[in-house]
Design a protein around this ligand. Structure first.
Ligand SMILES: Nc1ncnc2c1ncn2[C@@H]1O[C@H](COP(=O)(O)OP(=O)(O)OP(=O)(O)O)[C@@H](O)[C@H]1O
Length: 320
């Protein structure tokens, strides 16, 4: 394997514009603007944003299939536009609708072709394929032509194809789309192993935020082409208000439990039998809140809920 550089992804002032419309209606659209990113070897980073935010455009520049309008970038120590072929040896990509598999060939043959293209040694290829086959459960469909595979089967094939040559960086766009819950969990666990045990850097774009919670400690959020947040998930939670909720189930319906110290919002459900009390850690604690509720109503059950990163990201989009 080639030497691992200090920074796997480094961009400075990255920008991409497109020209849209015809003749007099022609105008420039700025898809990505001023993106500065530094991702170190071994990191797993979630790259999130609403539709049209500029995620795919950024990824296309990172993997060398789109030339930036301005800015500087290096991926795995290489210039993606000028050294695209060298980069392909260090990079694994699972990118939405684009397949790297041969539609009419059985999955196994696609893997063989990819191994030959990347000049992977036979034993290495065998070891990696065996591991993926076992962990991702490819056994039942290795000899089926790709066009006959379900989306979930194909995605597992795509992930295998992206890993066969032992990349330094794995770029994943919606890798768990079309998978049932069990396969999703299996793939997440596998990707986590690839990241932690093998040290492969992961850049993950997904609308499935549990993927991010499971795999990434850091999240970069992009909106309207600009990075609006780049931080550890925990820090983002704290920064965005970080409201936690104590959810109380009562033995009898009660009026909204307003006026408890430190509570920002009370939401009543099930006719007052369940109430959700949002608070900011620092203002009060879950324990103090539970005692205060217990003094006013009889409790049947209590849970403390962390904000999901879904809420968190939604709030970030709303802020900027
Ligand atoms: N080839 C293109 N020609 C013109 N405009 C484009 C082109 N590709 C992207 N855009 C525009 O650039 C902006 C960013 O698009 P991009 O596909 O990067 O967003 P995205 O974050 O990947 O969205 P999604 O989550 O929907 O895939 C959008 O306004 C889009 O319309």
């Amino acid at each position: 394997m080639s030497a691992v550089p200090d920074t796997i992804i480094e961009t400075e002032g990255l920008r991409r514009e497109f020209t849209v419309g015809r003749r007099r209606a022609r105008r420039r659209v700025v898809a990505v603007s001023d993106v500065d990113l530094r991702i170190a070897p071994g990191e797993a980073v979630g790259f999130l944003g609403p539709n049209g935010a500029g995620k795919s455009t950024t990824i296309k520049m990172l993997i060398g299939i789109l030339v930036p309008t301005a800015g500087r970038l290096q991926v795995c120590g290489l210039d993606p536009t000028r050294q695209r072929r060298e980069l392909a040896r260090r990079l694994g990509v699972v990118f939405g609708q684009r397949s790297q598999l041969w539609w009419d060939l059985p999955l196994r043959d696609s893997f063989e072709l990819l191994g030959a293209i990347h000049r992977v040694s036979e034993p290495e290829q065998r070891t990696r394929l065996e591991r993926c086959t076992e962990v991702l459960g490819l056994d039942g469909f290795l000899d089926v032509p790709v066009r006959q595979l379900s989306l979930g089967q194909r995605m597992r094939g795509e992930v295998t194809a992206a890993l066969l040559h032992g990349p330094q960086l794995l770029v994943l766009d919606e890798p768990t789309v079309g998978l049932d819950l069990v396969s999703k969990e299996r793939l997440r666990a596998f990707l986590q192993e690839v990241n932690i045990v093998d040290g492969v850097t992961i850049l993950l774009t997904t609308h499935d935020l549990p993927d991010v919670e499971r795999l990434c400690r850091r999240v970069v959020v992009i909106d309207q082409g600009r990075v609006v947040a780049d931080d550890a998930i925990d820090a983002l939670r704290a920064r965005s208000g970080g409201a936690r909720e104590v959810v109380v189930e009562l033995t009898a319906p009660a009026a909204p439990l307003e006026g408890l110290p430190g509570v920002r919002e009370v939401r009543v459900e099930a006719d007052g039998l369940r109430q959700r009390l949002a608070f900011t850690p620092g203002d009060t604690t879950a324990a103090a809140l539970i005692s205060a509720v217990a003094a006013r109503a009889e409790l049947r059950d209590v849970t403390v809920v962390e904000p999901s990163i879904e809420d968190l990201v939604r709030r970030l989009y709303a802020q900027d």
